[in-house]
Design a protein around this ligand. Sequence first.
Ligand code: ATP
Ligand code: ZN
Length: 226
Amino acid sequence: VDKNSQRLTIAIQKSGRLSKESIALLEACGFKFSLHEARLLAHSSNQPVDLLRVRDDDIPGLVMDGVVDLGLVGENVLEEARLERQATQLPAKINILRALDFGQCRLSIAVPKEDNYRGLADLEGKRIATTYPFLLQNYLQQQGIKASTAVLTGSVEVAPRAGLADAICDLVSTGATLEANGLVEKEVIFRSTAQLIQRPEPLTAAKQAIVDQLLPRLDGVQMARE
Ligand code: ATP
Ligand code: ZN
């Protein structure tokens, strides 16, 4: 990505739960894109706008570092990145422009259904498997609970049966995955939707003009489908 480009660059998830709706939202706001499956970068044919299609985990850092101008990412991933970057002294500032109406999910603690769970105190001294160690530890600290974490980027829900952890902290939408793995949701620690974020440093006038045109359209699109 050329940092001096006059084209507004927007990072979105390449393939996953946010991809379709991210592109649909931008198209509903009037930008036209032709996407080639293999390409990282997609140019808009009717505006000086480029899409950068990456793993969702990379989006907060790219925006915080000003490598791209805007991003569409889940609040869960954004907050995890923010806490991690604060802990490691990396730039963690961000402008949240809008909360969006898709990507709803919650981050919850779940335990094996045969456990006689009575409350958070039961997790004291236990190990919890998660992909979100910073959000989890932030929550546990606020609640005054000391527990350790096992960080897994996938298959978190099998960790208790595999003997890797006593409980899990994972994203839940329907609860079907938990059920299938003999787990029961006990504590909701974070509720998330997709967010439109902007890098902390001011945009050039030309890029700002595009954002100023985008936001009212986005509000109109979201209002219309409320
Ligand atoms: P990537 O390959 O980009 O790292 P991923 O496997 O981390 O993908 P997905 O499973 O596609 O991510 O989820 C992306 C984001 O979508 C989550 O971080 C969350 O914000 C949101 N999300 C999670 N579950 C749901 C759901 N059931 N419905 C809608 N949005 C969800
Ligand atoms: Zn991811």
